[in-house]
Design a protein around this ligand. Structure first.
Ligand code: FA5
Length: 338
């Protein structure tokens, strides 16, 4: 019977559809079964008697419909599988940070310099700048350090062939400030200084200082201490442990060394404080009359205080950095932490 043959073909085709592993295999089944020369096209219904033709025609149409819908279902399964595997491959985590250039950040010395500038400008101080290549006069003579003075050896100097030098401290900007602005004067001068020194955990050949000077009538050590305390509590946001001891600098009299209890080792002793528990940070004093006089200011009428903060060392204390060489290393792993 033709219907039985059709039924068998249909069953065999459904089994092949079920087994098809991919779209190509499925397409091959379609061609084999429903194609122009496919297995269902072999039936020549025209030769059958009319009663049988009707029944066989119905069976043939039914088989074609069943198979068409089986092909469709299987095809949709393949489409869904293809989509799923693409979604798996192309999955994006939208919560990941965007790639691309990272925002830059300020150098730790710059951050602290900006804070100190804000503090002192709010107290009426001007921020002055001076040249890094200085004259011998401004770096030494005008600060009461004439040639042959032993204090010149306190700071190993990089001399230039033209007789100038790389400034060894920011104190020459005091002189330039007094020359240019005269008294009364309140100024700070942050900047880079250079010394021909052996480099270690707390000494660089190139580092930053911040000079400060106030010239007015009746300036005393009490003013100096007030400003130093204000400065340190603004930077550390708490009272830092400090000690004041006599210090010698030819351009101040009396002169002091203000040391800070080492914040790297909490005073126990480490390479930064050379096992002493203290770090030299803020030398200061009352301006020597000779210094005022040389810059054209009458010391009988005016007095002043000055300080020379070790800005790079202050940054070490503030951020707990145990090696000064990191600052100029250019190491992005270091710089990106600020
Ligand atoms: C001076 O440079 C004086 N001009 C400071 C001064 C100014 C005194 C005004 C009085 C009045 P000193 O050589 O000690 O002083 O240096 C000042 C600070 O710079 C030191 O306390 C220290 O914190 C820092 N410093 C000195 N040498 C180095 C170095 N090699 N590396 C890093 N920081 C240094």
């Amino acid at each position: 019977m033709v219907e039985d043959q059709i039924q068998q073909l249909q069953a065999a085709a459904l089994a092949r559809i079920e087994e098809a592993r991919d779209r190509d295999a499925l397409e091959q089944v379609r061609v084999d079964v429903l194609g122009r020369k496919g297995s269902l096209a072999q039936f020549d219904l025209g030769k059958l008697p009319s009663e049988e033709r009707k029944i066989a025609g119905k069976a043939l149409n039914a088989a074609k419909q069943v198979l068409a819908s089986a092909f469709e279902t299987k095809d949709q399964t393949f489409a869904a599988e293809a989509l799923n595997s693409r979604l798996k491959q192309e999955w994006l985590d939208l919560t990941l940070p965007a790639p691309g250039p990272r925002p830059g950040s300020l150098h730790p010395v710059t951050i602290i310099q900006n804070e100190i500038e804000d503090l002192f400008t709010s107290l009426g101080f001007a921020v002055l700048d001076g040249p890094e290549v200085e004259t011998e006069y401004h770096n030494f003579d005008a600060l009461n350090i004439p040639p042959e003075h032993p204090a010149r050896d306190m700071q190993d100097t990089f001399w230039l062939s033209n007789g100038h030098l790389l400034r060894t401290h920011t104190s020459p900007v005091q002189v330039r400030g007094m020359e240019r602005l005269g008294p009364p004067l309140r100024m700070i001068a942050p900047g880079r200084v250079f010394r021909n020194e052996e480099v270690d955990a707390s000494h660089e050949h190139t580092f930053y200082q911040l000079e400060g000077m106030m010239v007015d009538r009746k300036v005393s050590v009490a003013h100096l201490i007030y400003f130093m305390k204000t400065l340190l509590s603004a930077i550390f946001h708490r009272e830092a442990v400090v000690r004041l001891r006599p210090g010698y600098f030819p351009f101040v009299e009396p002169g002091f060394e203000l040391d800070i209890g080492c914040l790297i080792c909490a005073g126990v002793g480490c390479p930064v404080c050379k096992q002493s528990g203290w770090v030299e940070l803020l030398p200061c004093g009352l301006v020597h009359p000779n210094v005022l006089r040389m810059s054209g200011i009458d010391p009988d009428e005016w007095g002043g205080f000055a300080f020379g903060l070790g800005l790079t060392r202050l940054a070490m204390m503030r951020y707990g950095i145990d090696d000064i060489r990191l600052f100029a290393s250019g190491d992005l792993r270091f710089l990106r932490q600020f």
